[in-house]
Each structure stands twice: as structure tokens, then as C-alpha cells.
Design a protein around this ligand. Sequence first.
Ligand SMILES: Nc1ncnc2c1ncn2[C@@H]1O[C@H](COP(=O)(O)OP(=O)(O)OP(=O)(O)O)[C@@H](O)[C@H]1O
Ligand SMILES: [Mg+2]
Length: 350
Amino acid sequence: MDRRPRFAAAAIDIRPYPRVRPPRRARGFAWARRAPRVSAVPAANMQPASAPGAAAAISIRGAVKRYGEIVAVNGLNLEVPPGVCFGLLGPNGAGKSTTMRMLTAQTLADEGEISVLGYELPRESKQSRLEMGVVPQLDNLDQELTCRQILMVFARLYRVPRSERPAAIERALKVANLMPRADTIVKELSGGMRRRLLVGRGLIHRPSMVLLDEPTVGLDPQIRQELWTLIDGLRAEGVTVLMSTHYIEEAERLADTVAVMSAGRIIAQGTPAELVRAHAGEQVLEVYGAPERLEQVGELASEQGWISRRSGPAVAIMRAETLDGLAPEGVLRPANLEDAFVALTGEEIE
Ligand SMILES: Nc1ncnc2c1ncn2[C@@H]1O[C@H](COP(=O)(O)OP(=O)(O)OP(=O)(O)O)[C@@H](O)[C@H]1O
Ligand SMILES: [Mg+2]
């Protein structure tokens, strides 16, 4: 079996181009990027990992997006400081992709204010798009083009100067570990290869911020690990990462801050450890037994006002450290982010 890493992040320079501050309306190239404009972000909303006083890379206030009767985003407030990996964690239909699309102005909010890298959306979305990389959830690659052709198109779109394009394309192919398939057309690539091409494409212009919508969905565990290494490497280089996921482990491992999204809004936010402590406590008691026994335990939990959930063949009771003598017999284990997520949303997740 081929065990070579398919994302070769460590060996490739993925650092964003140095920031310079062009004049406000300059028609500069994408890499001649400016520092985010200082906006009126309340200090209390800033995330712990940000430098004090740093302007938000992403600021969303009161965003609403309706599709007919469906309210996909329902009064969303979100502040992402620069240089962090921020995870949006939520079940199917929570509004994660809609949020991502609002940030690229592919979807326009019905209400609210959005700014990205200091640019007001949708008015300045062209400028903000040039400075960020986007990896969409759905594969929107042109089926008939080769990997190299796709990267060439994007290098031009993102205004990489002509003389730098060959090197940028080589780098993106290396990041995606698609060098041997550079001249293969998309429809002949595997699903995992397409995903990797989307990631390479999103990084072609070495953006200072990337939006990754479910970056590892459908990837095998080894490639997922490699992509995690790449994302971690981006963050270590100071790139701001906003990532949506419904893989708990992905959020837990990568994100400095996790925002739990449900029904179109953020219902809790913090470091993974803070979320666990606040919503699942320190320990969980798992009670095993026959279905009738589990039903009794579930009833006891609701009578006592304990937060509990069915977890495979067991009932899991949160905050086990606070249970009194009524606690049934079971196995204690440390609480984790999945417990917090289920306690918050009432939904099981992968
Ligand atoms: N273009 C659209 N037209 C109509 N409804 C839409 C559209 N896009 C999203 N929705 C609806 O908005 C809601 C939120 O969808 P969204 O794709 O943002 O969720 P998500 O959190 O990304 O879910 P998933 O984890 O499945 O990707 C869903 O109810 C969805 O059906
Ligand atoms: Mg989605």
C-alpha cells in the first residue's frame, strides 16, 4: 500500500505573502494585501487567542438568511480574530455552509452586517475574495479541465503575476500531492483527489485567510490526518482559518475556538475544554444494561433533572461529579466535546 503522505504540508512554503498596506482604492495584486482595517469590535467579544486590540478577521452581526419559509441563518453573531483556527461545529442543516457562502458573498444576507478582512460585504466582496482562499463543501471543479489547467485559471483569477504562476501552480500541486496527476482531467480523479485539488486551488494565491467548508468529508482517515497537518501548518504560519465541520474530533484537534451552531445561530462558543467544562462537566457516568434497565435509568435521570443521553448501548449521565447517592452503578469516564455537543443541541453527531 502506498503510505507516502499525500499532503506534503511541512515541506512546502504555505506562508501568506508578506502584508503591505496599499492605498485604500489601489488596484493592487492579491498578495499586496493590507492589514485589516480597525473596526469597532467590542473587546469583550474577542477570542482569547487574539492579540489584544487586534481587529476581527471576520465580523458578522445579526445576520439573517431566509430561503422561503426556511430560516437558514437566524440572527447570527460571530467574531473571528486574525490568526486563529475557528471551528463552526453543527449538525446537518445548522446553517454552516450558508454562513460560509455569506462570507464570500455567494449568498447575500437578508439582514445584518458582515465584514471580512476589514471589507464591508457585499459592497467590497471583490476585494475580500482576492485575499482569502475558499474550499467549498460541494465540488465545483470543471470536469473537463486538468488539475494544472484549473490551477492556472485560479492563479489568473486571483491575480498571481504571470511570472509567478508556474511556481504557484507547482506549489499547489505539491500541497495537494497531485504532481503525478497534474495533467489528468477532473472527471478521472478519485473523490479524495478532487478534494485535495480543491484545497490546493484554495491556497494558490497564499491567502491570509481560508474558509474550509467540511474540509475532510469523504476522505479516508489517513488523508484526513494529512489535511489536519496542513491546516495546523497554515494556522502556525498566522493564516486565519474558519472551518466548518460535523466531525467532533476535527474540531477538538484543530480549533482554538469552537462555535456550536444550531438552527442558524451560535448557541455556545469557547475553547473545546471550556465547552466541555461548561456543558458536560468533568465526568460522565455510563450505565450499561438491558433496554428496560436503560429506560429506567433514563426516567430516573429526567426525574432528578440530570442531563443524560443514550450513547450506543448505554445511558450517559453528564456532570457525574455532582450526582448524589441516587447515582446508579456505572462506569465513570472524562467528559468530552461530543457530550457537550449533545447536551447543547440534543443531537448525536459523527
Ligand atoms: N440554496 C438553498 N435553497 C433553499 N434552501 C437552502 C439553500 N441552501 C441551504 N438551504 C437550507 O438552509 C438550511 C441550512 O443549510 P446549510 O447548507 O447552511 O446547512 P449546513 O449546516 O451546512 O449543513 P450540512 O452539515 O448538511 O452541510 C437547510 O435547511 C437547507 O435546506
Ligand atoms: Mg454544509
